[in-house]
Design a protein around this ligand. Structure first.
Ligand code: NI
Ligand code: MN
Length: 225
């Protein structure tokens, strides 16, 4: 699996020849000006919740690529009504797409669309292929529900928000890493706006003190799992 950080909560995961794009917010991110959404190869767009900073580029990318939109029922129906292709899920459900198992899991957050309309309940995803699994937490607080994940799935990577204010901050993300039993963390949802700016060195050191690795990628850079 190739995991690429595209800024804020936007991650792309490439498995075999298929690419899942999670929470595209690129054209609105001043830190991601070097990423061209016209060049992204995308087969599936996964959306954790309906906030603007997670859906901004969904329509432009889905229109060009005809990617299938995967999210909760309300979000997917919103896009199907606009003529896009979608597959609705809900919390606790699994579905397999091109041999990639996707599970929609709980998150503690909110999920309104930018116009205030209902975006269902927010979630995260567990993505599994060939005995390798990634947890994409989405925007969330730390929650005991995270302990359910390692009961079924041994994670190779957890992608956690660390910017505080709207989501977990560093200390709570360290607890979340314990809950999901994963010591390899990719941080996201930080530095995009002033309320979520972090000191990267301090963040990495705090995880290290808890015997965990916090990876902070430059936007556009990848790791392989
Ligand atoms: Ni949000
Ligand atoms: Mn957000």
């Amino acid at each position: 699996m190739q995991v690429t950080y595209l800024g804020h909560g936007c991650i792309s995961v490439s498995i075999n020849n298929k690419t899942l794009l999670i929470d595209p917010f690129i054209t609105g991110n001043p830190l991601a000006k070097h990423i061209n959404i016209e060049e992204l190869k995308v087969n599936y767009i996964l959306i954790t919740h309906a906030h603007q900073d997670h859906i901004l580029d969904v329509e432009a990318i889905a229109k060009r690529t005809e990617a299938k939109i995967i999210s909760n029922y309300e979000i997917v129906m919103h896009y199907i009504a606009k003529g896009f292709i979608g597959h609705p899920m809900n919390h606790g459900g699994n579905c397999v797409f091109d041999e990639i198992n996707i599970k929609y899991v709980n998150a503690i957050h909110t999920s309104s669309f930018p116009d205030g309309s209902y975006g269902g309940q927010p979630g995260g995803f567990v993505i599994t292929h060939n005995n390798k699994s990634i947890y994409v937490a989405g925007d969330t607080a730390v929650t005991f529900d995270m302990k359910l994940i390692p009961m079924q799935t041994k994670l190779n990577l957890a992608i956690l928000p660390i910017g505080d204010n709207f989501t977990m901050g560093i200390e709570d993300a360290i607890i979340a890493a314990d809950f999901v039993e994963c010591d390899k963390i990719l941080g996201c949802h930080y530095d995009t706006f002033p309320p979520i700016e972090i000191d990267e060195k301090v963040a990495v050191q705090k995880f290290k003190t808890s015997n965990k690795e916090l990876i902070l990628l430059d936007i556009g850079k990848s790791i392989f799992i």
